[in-house]
Design a protein around this ligand. Structure first.
Ligand code: BYC
Length: 332
């Protein structure tokens, strides 16, 4: 149901294996020449599985990512802020849908992907397992979380798999607006009363390290990076993206007059980058493995929303069935 998966004749188990080498070569040539791989092209099973894993995790992150900000729509401090936040949260839902559609072109249905999330088998970004406690968290999420997302996602616009790359182009345009709206909230708070400035600083104190962790384990511990970079899925390593993000963000914090909670953060003129402190990897893995501050709450909220929407899926299926019968009758 609802799958946009298409026939994938080349990978059918009954397909003659005699052409496998030719197919391998065509795939390798596409990767080497930086051409896009499209759904109907032959691709190694590992490439397909890796893409389904990464794109579905990405889709789940967008949808679970609606929860911390969705909680603040009714509490936004003005009509303007409320309208902006509402639009942003809706955008995230849209990103999830583009990404589920991109993953479905690889032969896995959205229902299967969603089931895996709800069964706790599929991952989503660690960052969404932290609570959003104050209005300043809305600014910080937009500025830092969406800022980190853009840093990670711009290179994905050049991903070797066509449908993922094309989805990312549109997503990145919207993420830029999200980052700007977050920074705009932070500017207002930073230029506001002492209490507002303190609220902004408190949010940065709580979100900084989880955001730095969003880029994933360090390169030496990243199990998938070497292969996904060889396949042109990932273009820049976890650590290099993390460094680019930190280098871009420190001057933005300076402009706000906010302090990044890392005593080891300092410009290193020899490297031409900021040095930064030790990341708490134990915390990262704890959150990734389901034991962060909000993991259970987030998953329960998604399962409840899915259950509450079952009547919509049933109605849409019944409507599609009736429309197909009507079409067959009028064609007869
Ligand atoms: N959280 O070998 P590695 C957004 C897992 S949406 C949880 O380096 P890879 C936004 C990783 O999956 C943000 N798990 O993996 C939305 C792997 O486990 P499995 C989401 C993580 O794939 C709404 C294991 O650790 N963005 O920003 O090469 C509002 C080993 O890692 C995390 C994307 O999904 C993590 N942070 O690299 C606002 C972008 N990091 O699968 C904002 C697309 C790692 O073997 N994804 N793991 O069980 C990617 O670029 C890559 O998948 C990652 C990880 C950089 C995340």
């Amino acid at each position: 149901m609802y799958t946009q998966a298409i026939d994938l004749p080349q990978n059918h188990p009954d397909s003659p294996v005699t052409h496998a080498t030719g197919r391998d070569l065509a795939f390798e040539a596409a990767i080497a020449d930086d051409r896009k791989v499209e759904p109907q092209d032959w691709m190694p099973e590992g490439y397909r599985k890796t893409l389904v894993r990464q794109i579905s995790q990405h889709a789940h992150s967008e949808v679970v990512g609606m929860l911390p900000e969705g909680n603040w729509v009714t509490r936004a401090p003005s009509l303007k802020r409320k309208a902006i936040l509402l639009a942003k949260v809706q955008d995230e839902g849209g990103h999830g849908l583009y990404l589920y559609s991109a993953a479905e072109t690889l032969g896995t249905s959205r229902a299967e992907m969603v089931d895996a999330l709800h069964a706790g088998k599929a991952k989503y970004s660690s960052i969404f397992n932290y609570p959003a406690l104050t209005w300043a968290d809305m600014g910080t999420i937009g500025w830092l979380v969406d800022g980190a997302a853009i840093m990670n996602q711009i290179p994905l616009c050049r991903c070797s798999y066509g449908p993922y790359a094309r989805a990312m182009i549109r997503i990145c345009k919207e993420e830029s607006f999200h980052q700007r709206q977050g920074y705009d909230i932070m500017l207002s708070l930073a230029r506001g009363t002492d209490a507002q400035k303190a609220m902004a600083q408190d949010a940065v104190n709580r979100w900084w390290w989880p955001v730095v962790m969003m880029f994933g384990p360090s390169d030496k511990d990243s199990v998938h990076s070497a292969q996904t970079m060889k396949w042109g899925i990932k273009r820049i390593s976890n650590d290099d993206l993390r460094q680019k993000f930190i280098d871009a963000t420190v001057p933005q914090a300076d402009l706000l007059g906010l302090t990044i909670p890392d005593p080891d953060l300092q410009w290193n003129p020899e490297r031409g980058h900021y040095d930064y402190g030790e990341i708490d990897w134990a915390e990262f893995w704890q959150v990734v493995n389901g034991d962060g501050p909000c993991n259970r709450e987030r998953l329960a909220a998604r399962v409840a929303a899915h259950d509450r929407g079952s009547w919509v899926r049933e109605a849409a299926t019944a409507h599609a069935r009736k429309a197909a019968i009507r079409e067959r009758r009028s064609a007869a």
